[in-house]
Design a protein around this ligand. Structure first.
Ligand SMILES: O=C(O)CCC(=O)C(=O)O
Length: 284
């Protein structure tokens, strides 16, 4: 049995130096209810509207339910749904709103660069063994020490629904060896024998988890009968830190035919967030 302890909860009202010291100590910060529930529910509704009946709910405020067969990232159903989700202006825009930027700046202590790649997660039941394996984003995003992940619960997430958990302090040992694994991303990193204690908690809509690029994290399996866990995340770094080219593509644009920015931007109203990174000074 994993040795789970609850996330240490941080508050935006705490001194910035205290928050940053905690981030460097634990490798993550968890903020309760940072995003307004209405914002989360609106975004969730927008995502659900793109799932073509595979995931849905009876009414606003309810948890998403699986209506069709279970699927994981890269399955045909997911490949059908995902370009539609990726094309949502509101989904991309969300991470560029002032409250989100403020939180990233608070943790970084400086101006930040939000990665163009935005991720939406759909964790269905019936796919135990295919959940996101333990990994470090420094490896998967070829990123340096100021990069961090920012993950937002779009609805309440309870223990069996595939919560995201972190290995506290694991960022201190740098980038680890990886092995092939089932599940999202296809690789898992080494876990050292003494690392048995994970931090994880149930979330409510609007809870935000920020994790260091070297912080080992993973998803639990969704063992519910028919509840689906949906969340969104992206990456950010200190403005000016090197950003690798693969992060400049839509998520899964490398393998889904036609999932490129042209497709994503097709119905957008606001041009300001389109190709905003082209003048970023440190792309490689
Ligand atoms: O939400 C998930 O299932 C995975 C999140 C994650 O591992 C990540 O953002 O790197």
């Amino acid at each position: 049995m994993p040795d789970n302890q609850p996330f240490v909860v941080s508050r935006v009202g705490e001194a910035a130096a205290v928050l940053r010291a905690r981030f460097q100590e634990l490798g993550y910060l968890f903020f309760k209810g940072y995003v307004a529930p209405d914002t989360c529910d609106g975004l969730l509704a927008a995502l659900l509207a793109q799932t073509r009946g595979h995931v849905g709910r009876e009414s606003a405020g309810e948890l998403p339910a699986l209506l069709g067969r279970p699927f994981v990232e890269s399955d045909p159903v997911w490949d059908e749904i995902y370009p539609r989700i990726q094309s949502l202006e509101a989904f991309h825009e969300f991470f560029h709103t002032e409250p989100m930027l403020d939180l990233m700046r608070l943790v970084s202590g400086t101006e930040v660069f939000v990665y163009p790649m935005k991720m939406a997660r759909i964790s269905t039941p019936g796919k135990v063994g295919f959940e996101t394996p333990p990994h470090q984003d420094a490896f998967s995003h070829h990123a340096g020490p100021t990069m961090a992940g920012i993950w937002v619960a779009l609805h309440d997430i309870h223990a069996p629904m595939g919560r995201v958990k972190v290995l506290p302090g694991s960022h201190k040992d740098g980038v680890r060896k990886v092995f092939k694994a089932e599940g999202v991303g296809g690789v898992q990193c080494e876990i050292y024998p003494h690392e048995k204690r994970w931090h994880v908690s149930d979330s409510q809509a609007g809870d935000v988890l920020i994790f260091h690029s070297c912080c080992v994290h993973k998803a639990e399996p969704n063992t519910t009968e028919n509840t689906v866990r949906m969340s969104v995340d992206t990456r950010f770094s200190d403005y000016g830190a090197p950003v690798f080219s693969t992060n400049l593509e839509p998520h899964h644009g490398w393998r889904i035919d036609g999932l490129d920015w042209q497709r994503v931007y097709r119905d957008w109203k606001n041009p300001e967030l389109q190709n905003y990174w082209v003048d970023y000074p440190n792309l490689f």
